[in-house]
Design a protein around this ligand. Structure first.
Ligand SMILES: Nc1ncnc2c1ncn2[C@@H]1O[C@H](COP(=O)(O)OP(=O)(O)OP(=O)(O)O)[C@@H](O)[C@H]1O
Length: 317
């Protein structure tokens, strides 16, 4: 079901102050039976960001999103979001009719919303189809849509009104590579228009490429949040040299003042610090080191995540 909220805010939700589209304070959900799905969550989602809500399956992402939309009552803590009529959400794919066109499906979907004025339904649907790049396929039956088109139609359903915030729960789940690309570029386009996008994913690479900010969840708890750059930037870039003269290379790099030199077979790496890689290359060659390869490696979000949690992560996609 796609939840597109047009009603007033549920109790407990009020517009956040300042520059944030979503703020949560100690937000907690304990299900009957004692399981804590979300544990003291403090989120701050800046307006205008594409905020990746990242975590493996079962880490509490969907439960958090359901609380933000007023669909699940928190056990404790509080949250604020932009006014709910200005929030579009895609929590699970809406059930579209296979034999109806994309346009007819959206008209039916729109008609189910009692607050949406009937007079402007066609214009609203046309604008939403245009927004997701489906105008040319408006009259085509849903069953002939590709996976990517189907998901874009679902996003169009969440964009039937003017939105300040779009919440998408795992929007690329189950899509083929082409559909995944379509949805990722659509998310970037929507964000470029000024809509804040809060998007959950279990794919690190996806969040790294699509988002400006991220929160990393693990077993209901927030492990880290911030800009992608700040999350990855906590670790210094390293220079990596591939050479059969690894011991000599390590000596040269140490002699030049590089720290954290690590020798591993035919590879030597060290913290780059303020050194210029091309100067280091020249120094190595001058010292008689046969340099086969030289690169500067910046830590990825994955390495940061593994460093924070000591666990691996699904990095496909
Ligand atoms: N209605 C419920 N009753 C009891 N436990 C639940 C309920 N909904 C979710 N949980 C549990 O809470 C934890 C968090 O689930 P949640 O669906 O929020 O995680 P998620 O990160 O969105 O994962 P997924 O991507 O698999 O949905 C899980 O262990 C799940 O089994």
């Amino acid at each position: 079901m796609s939840v597109t909220l047009e009603a007033g805010a549920p109790s407990g939700a009020s517009p956040p102050a300042g520059g944030d589209a979503i703020v949560t304070d100690g937000l907690t959900k304990r299900f009957k039976g004692g399981q804590v799905a979300v544990d003291s969550l403090d989120l701050a989602v800046p307006r205008g960001s594409v905020y990746g809500f990242l975590g493996p399956n079962g880490s509490g992402k969907t439960t958090t999103i359901r609380m933000l939309l007023g669909l699940v009552t928190p056990t404790s803590g509080s949250y604020t979001v932009v006014p709910l009529p200005r929030v579009g959400a895609l929590v699970e794919g809406p059930a579209f009719y296979p034999y109806l066109s994309g346009e007819a499906n959206l008209l039916r979907y729109d008609a189910a919303d009692p607050t949406a004025p009937r007079r402007t339904a066609r214009a609203r649907v046309a604008a939403a189809l245009d927004r997701v790049g489906l105008s040319a396929a408006a009259a085509k039956r849903y069953r002939h849509y590709s996976l990517g088109m189907r998901q874009r139609l679902a996003i169009a359903a969440a964009l039937l009104g003017p939105r300040e915030l779009l919440i998408l729960d795992e929007p690329t789940n189950g899509l083929d590579p082409q559909g995944t690309r379509e949805v990722r570029s659509l998310v970037k386009e929507i964000a470029a228009d000024g809509t804040t996008v809060f998007v959950s994913s279990h794919l690190l690479a996806e969040v790294e490429h699509m988002c400006t900010h991220a929160a990393i969840m693990r077993a209901g708890r927030l492990v880290a949040q911030g800009t992608i750059a700040s999350l990855s930037g906590g670790r210094a870039p390293r220079i990596r040299v591939e050479t059969p003269d690894a011991a000599d290379a390590a000596r040269v790099l140490r002699g030049l003042g590089l720290s954290a030199v690590v020798l591993d077979g035919v590879e030597v790496s060290a913290e780059l610090g303020g050194h210029a890689p091309e100067r280091l290359n020249a120094s190595l060659v001058e010292a008689g080191v046969a340099v086969r390869g030289l690169s500067v490696v910046r830590p990825s979000l994955e390495e940061v995540f593994v460093g924070l949690t000591g666990e691996g992560f699904d990095v496909e996609g």
